[in-house]
Design a protein around this ligand. Structure first.
Ligand code: NAP
Length: 486
């Protein structure tokens, strides 16, 4: 390495921790800027009852930091948060993170080949390399429902969980049934005196096992790391990932038809009451909205203290939620599991690239990045889990590691002095977007439903090709696709 680079990583979540570890290993000077007071990203922000990761625990783990201690197949959120805190501590990332530093602006200085970064707290930093690891779903979407402010009980968004709130014996309403709402209802059914699930659109539910690992199994994992590898790299798991990617990327594939059969059968065989079964039956295709994996939702919604309301919400009143059939559901607590603004990414940071290009303008129509990692006119700014990446039901850790493998090769050329900067070329970006948008229209996400996958024009905003195509694309950067400055 000819040059020790100054690198700034925005965000100390899963992807930011990864980038910081790798940059530090390479000997660069790394600062992580984190707006909150702890690492963890989405796992720090989301602390709702029932939070689990629906990607198998041993696959939702950094390849270089296996964890023999996961308690079950799908790990609970608090365990994942502890895992990230531990990895960040063990690898010295916590020590180089500046907490309470929300980046307000990053401006490219072409003469210096550097980013000039400012935080809201007034910190100013220069960086040769800027890594945007700001996550995908981190701006809560509040529902626009009349009377929300008038509710006399406690109301909060699922990602703004009220720590310490005692929900036992309360009457609780949950609005929304994406992955979040379903997990919350499963956790509260039977704990709350009454659980009312307000469903604007039903969801298809994929059954999944969630067995606990025994103390003996965990001891064996600790004694022999190959046992953990055998789970993480199991051919069945990899085959499932490929099969799932085939299913979501081709709405006519046999793989998606199989999924449709499984979820329909799950509904048919799990929900006894025909009236409830029809309430829970979506009128769109499986996996059009992000598929939900649950081992107990159908069991839990059939409990006598749970109501599923599908009449629509007329308004919120001080005492509770009035549905469109005129019924008032009296509640003590209202949980808004209403999702996120999925198009923000690194925004609202004021990102100004080469020639004064403002990212907000570049992304005015839709956020996009060449191969999900680089943006024309934004040299040496690389995104992890940026727009158009494979944010389907895969391990985003695996995705981020592959993206890092790609980005790190460009950084190595900069450190070697071969180039001073690299930004995706406009031609490569335009070609990528054209091909991506054409392919996106064949994905299951475009089969006729609303979801956070769709951009403002109704085009699925995620990686539309196979998992293998993604792996291949991340192997080696094509330098011809970049504007390189010497
Ligand atoms: P989401 O999938 O966007 O779901 C939001 C829900 O709120 C939908 O059911 C939506 O109904 C409903 N909603 C929104 N506004 C409403 C309104 N005004 N009135 C009534 N209902 C309203 O959000 P999410 O459940 O938080 O999940 C977001 C993503 O986070 C997931 O898709 C997944 O990628 C990720 N996630 C992952 C896990 C995991 O285990 N790995 C867990 C949780 C979340 P409509 O469908 O009718 O719009």
């Amino acid at each position: 390495m000819a040059r020790k680079l100054k690198a700034v990583v925005i965000g100390a979540g899963m992807a930011g921790i990864l980038a910081a570890i790798r940059l530090k290993e390479l000997g660069h000077d790394v600062t992580v800027l984190e707006k909150a007071d702890r690492v963890g990203g989405t796992w720090r922000e989301n602390r709702y009852a029932g939070l689990h990761c629906d990607v198998p625990a041993h696959a939702y783990t950094y390849s270089f930091a296996p964890n023999p201690d996961w308690s079950r197949h799908l790990s609970p959120g608090p365990e994942i948060q502890l895992y990230f805190e531990k990895v960040a501590d063990d690898h010295g990332v916590t020590a180089l993170t500046r907490f309470g530093q929300e980046v307000s602006e990053a401006r490219w200085d072409d003469a210096a080949n550097q980013w000039k970064i400012e935080t809201k707290a007034g910190l100013k930093l220069d960086a040769d390399i800027l890594i945007a690891a700001t996550g995908v779903l981190h701006h809560p979407k509040m529902p626009d429902i009349e009377g929300l402010d008038s509710f006399a009980g406690t109301a909060f968004h699922s990602a703004r969980w009220q720590d310490g709130i005692d929900l036992a014996g309360k009457r609780i309403g949950i609005i929304g049934n994406g992955s979040t709402g379903v997990q919350i209802v499963s956790a509260l059914a039977g704990v709350a005196a009454k659980t009312v699930h307000f469903q604007r659109s039903p969801q298809w539910i994929m059954p999944v096992e969630n067995e606990f690992y025994s103390d003996e199994q965990r001891a064996a994992f600790r004694a022999d790391p190959k046992l953990v590898d055998a789970i993480r790299y199991a051919p069945e798991y990899e085959a499932n990932v490929r099969r799932f990617s085939e299913a979501i990327n081709d709405m006519d594939s046999e793989a998606i038809h199989q999924i449709e059969w499984v979820v329909a059968n799950h509904l048919e065989t799990s929900v006894a009451d025909p009236v409830l079964r029809e309430k829970l039956r979506p009128n769109y295709r499986a996996a059009c909205k992000r598929l939900i994996f649950s081992w107990d939702y159908y069991e839990k919604v059939q409990q006598p203290t749970v109501d599923v309301v599908t009449d629509g919400i007329e308004r919120i009143e001080p005492a509770g939620v009035r549905d469109r059939a005129g019924n008032l559901h009296e509640l003590d607590v209202l949980i808004l599991a209403t999702g996120f603004h999925a198009d923000r990414f690194v925004r609202p940071i004021n990102m100004i690239g080469r020639g004064g290009a403002a990212l907000n303008d570049v992304w005015a129509k839709r956020p996009s990045a060449y191969l999900a990692v680089a943006v024309p006119d934004f040299p040496n700014m690389f995104l992890l889990n940026g727009p158009t990446g494979p944010v389907g039901n895969f391990s985003l850790i695996d995705i981020a590691e592959k993206q890092w493998g790609y980005i790190s090769q460009l950084i190595a050329r900069i450190a070697d002095g071969e180039i001073a900067s690299a930004a995706a070329s406009h031609a490569a970006m335009a070609d990528y977007d054209e091909r991506r948008i054409a392919a996106a229209k064949k994905t299951i996400f475009a089969s006729g439903c609303s979801s956070w996958y769709l951009d403002a024009e109704g085009v699925p905003a995620s990686w539309p090709w196979s998992y293998d195509a993604f792996t291949q694309a991340m192997t080696t950067p094509k330098l011809d696709d970049f504007d390189l400055a010497a």
